[in-house]
Design a protein around this ligand. Structure first.
Ligand SMILES: [Zn+2]
Length: 76
């Protein structure tokens, strides 16, 4: 029954992390990873991303698991 559960606002600590992350990624190369089901842009991956990420497509609702490193090797 924590009051944090009711809040829709990120905590101060989280806000600081978000601002820092925005700073760190402002000059970073990024790619859009598209949902394999509907081609909606599901995720933005930055150059320093490693490992696996999971996201739920906002368009079709499919949960998609990506291996960021292996996706990176696929270059056109
Ligand atoms: Zn989708």
């Amino acid at each position: 029954m924590s009051r944090y559960c009711k809040s829709n606002e990120p905590s101060a600590e989280m806000l600081i992390k978000m601002i820092r992350a925005k700073d760190e990624t402002s000059n970073m190369e990024k790619r859009t990873v598209r949902c394999p089901y509907c081609q909606h842009s599901a995720l933005i991956v930055y150059a320093d991303a490693r490992g696996h990420v999971q996201t739920k497509c906002k368009n079709c609702g499919h949960e998609v698991l990506f291996d960021v490193v292996s996706m990176r090797r696929i270059k056109r």
